[in-house]
Write a protein that binds this ligand. Structure first.
Ligand code: ADP
Length: 329
């Protein structure tokens, strides 16, 4: 590694996700391994502007691999959207001799880093940390797998009470623009129907499917709905009313899982993914690379230009829709 880079900053930004700590730990320890200084920045771009920095060494990240959330905290920062805000951030980085950074976050955080690069040529690498898995250039984002496990565990519990009372539950899960969480957790928890923004199943199909379930004597029904799904034109509460009106035989309940999906100890998969991405990100910076986002494709750590990652759209696995259809026979 023949690099001018001597000090690397790391921070988490935007929405948090389980596994961010494992990514921080990996970046810090890889810096230590290559004898580079490492600085943690608290609260994302807000802390960068304010100079809220913490020198970190290999021991600063003891016992955090198993913790949810982010020890460096996260924030949304409007000031960084302005050239004046970014100038303040740059001055802070320069006065602390920071040569490059690793940003762990979503596409908003990467867009900010790219704007910053265009003005100040500060090298950076992005690690995708979000439960939604909605980032182009990687099959999995850090936090997605943990969120799926959390959702499946919750639905299993809802299923217990649903079947005791012969109830139908609409379970709303996170996913504003994409249905990855809904589709995967729906298949994993054996949902009767899965409503996602990418695929318009229609209300008729929902009624048909629920009618068939009842006729086959199923003791409970779970319909998983991505929060961003508007393909039926109805949110979960309106869906409940609609089914009660059209299929009065059903006793319907709604459960919105909400922010619990973002918490919890990261799964082993997310810890390993974050560890691999952290190592490769620091190595990439030391090899003189910049403006790239780490990803995992075919179980290999890859890099995609951030300009492409923020423009592209991640796609759901259509095969899973077919699997779900066959499973609900
Ligand atoms: P996420 O990274 O999870 O997508 P946000 O979209 O909230 O989260 O973005 C996180 C932060 O990144 C914002 O609060 C802002 O500071 C910065 N950011 C987002 N978009 C831009 C932009 N176009 N220009 C500069 N900074 C941005």
């Amino acid at each position: 590694m023949n690099s001018q880079i001597k000090k690397i900053a790391v921070f988490t930004s935007g929405g948090d996700s389980p596994g961010m700590n494992a990514a921080i730990r990996s970046v810090v320890r890889t810096c230590a391994y290559f004898k580079k200084d490492c600085i943690g920045i608290y609260r994302g771009y807000e802390g960068m502007i304010e100079g809220d920095f913490l020198p970190m060494n290999a021991r600063s990240v003891n016992n955090i691999i198993n913790k949810g959330g982010t020890v460096l905290k996260s924030a949304r920062c409007d000031e960084f959207r302005s050239p004046e805000g970014r100038k303040k951030a740059y001055d802070q980085l320069v006065s602390n001799n920071i040569d490059a950074f690793v940003v762990i976050g979503g596409d908003g955080s990467f867009t900010g880093a790219l704007a910053f690069y265009e003005e100040y040529k500060m090298p950076f690498i992005g690690i995708p940390g979000t439960i939604d898995n909605d980032i182009f250039g990687t099959t999995y984002t850090v936090g997605f797998d943990t969120a799926l496990n959390t959702v499946v565990e919750a639905i299993d519990k809802i299923r217990d009470t649903a079947s005791s009372h012969h109830r139908l539950f609409f379970v709303e899960v996170m996913g504003r623009d994409v249905g990855h969480i809904a589709l995967n957790s729906g298949v994993g928890a054996g949902a009767e129907e899965i409503l996602i923004p990418e695929e318009n199943l229609g209300l008729d199909r929902l009624l048909d499917s629920l009618t068939r379930s009842k006729a086959r004597g199923k003791s409970s029904s779970i319909v998983v709905v991505a929060e961003g799904d508007r393909t039926t034109g109805k949110n979960v509460y309106e869906l409940k009313e609609f089914v009660e009106k059209n299929l009065p035989v059903y006793d319907v309940r709604v459960c919105v899982l909400g922010h619990m999906q973002r918490g919890g100890a990261p799964s082993c998969f997310d810890r390993v993914l974050a560890s691999r991405m952290g190592v490769k990100s620091v190595e990439a910076l030391l090899e003189g690379k910049t403006n790239l986002m780490a990803g995992i494709i075919d179980n290999k750590i890859t890099f995609t230009p951030v300009s492409e990652a923020i423009k592209g759209k991640s796609k759901i696995d259509k095969e899973l829709i077919r699997v779900s259809d066959i499973m609900t026979i």
